[in-house]
Design a binder for this molecule. Structure first.
Ligand SMILES: [Zn+2]
Length: 269
């Protein structure tokens, strides 16, 4: 008959501490170093690591690039995406931007061109007394891309996102969008290249705003901008692609996402 002495108990405890605990912790530490999970203190308090999901092809990131195209920044973004073989979704604002071939490049290189209204003018897009003005904004952008490039847009992003717009106002506009064959998307993670203080943010800072906030999402919509002044954003794009790959993400375009997304972390202009 085995007698469980204090020695046995200590020995069993030693086995647990010496072998099992490191087996649990070491993958966690590696994942933390790779930015996969929250900082260590939070990570260790989380449920078993299995529940947090292992990196794998089921994770999909959707890079969305708003407010362009611009002659200075958009070509650099396209070059990076092409070199990395990554598709993105460009939520364009066509007004005054018909003089270059950037729309053509987006389409030919496998990106999605998406509707962000014709003018991005809040006073028109969100005029509470005139919903027709909203419809016009969507249609003008739609027809610009269709007539000039033979491309039919189906994804829409509200200028600034839907947050704080008032539920009813968004609902009424969304009815119009559905009527016109559109689905709309906000975002999960934002680089911070257009909110107050953006001018002083480096590419690394912008990238980390995303890479440290993926929160293990299986689907991750990322917001950045390609207007002419966003000099740090192309560098951030490159870092984000590399970093997300390390976290197990693959990339896709917005129209392959199967539902509306109305989650925002921060207002964007
Ligand atoms: Zn915008």
């Amino acid at each position: 008959m085995i007698r469980y002495t204090l020695k046995h108990i200590l020995k069993a405890a030693f086995v647990v501490v010496a072998f099992l605990v490191p087996m649990l912790l070491v993958p966690g530490l590696d994942e933390t170093a790779a930015g996969l999970i929250e900082p260590l203190s939070a990570g260790l308090l989380q449920p078993p690591f299995e529940a947090m999901g292992a990196p794998g092809p089921s994770r999909v990131a959707y890079i969305t690039i708003d407010d362009g195209p611009s002659r200075t920044i958009t070509p650099r973004m396209l070059d990076i995406l092409q070199a990395e073989g990554v598709p993105a979704t460009f939520f364009v604002v066509p007004m005054g931007r018909n003089a270059d071939n950037l729309f053509r490049r987006m389409i030919d290189e496998g990106h999605e061109v998406a509707n962000h209204t014709f003018t991005h003018s809040n006073s028109t897009v969100y005029d509470s007394r005139n919903l027709d003005a909203f419809r016009e904004e969507v249609l003008m952008a739609h027809n610009f891309v269709l007539d000039n490039y033979g491309y039919e847009m189906t994804s829409f992003r509200f200028p600034g996102g839907t947050g704080g717009r008032g539920e009813r106002g968004v609902e009424l506009r969304r009815e119009i969008l559905h009527e016109l064959g559109y689905r709309d998307y906000d975002w999960h993670a934002y680089v911070g290249d257009a909110s107050p203080g953006w001018e002083s943010r480096s590419s690394a800072t912008l990238a980390n705003n995303v890479l440290n906030n993926t929160r293990d999402r299986e689907n991750l919509i990322i917001l950045m901008h390609d207007t002419g002044s966003k000099r740090a954003t192309p560098g951030a794009l490159e870092r984000i692609i590399v970093g997300l790959r390390e976290q197990g993400y693959i990339f896709d375009i917005m129209r392959n996402y199967d539902r509306n997304v109305q989650i925002m972390s921060e207002r964007s202009p």
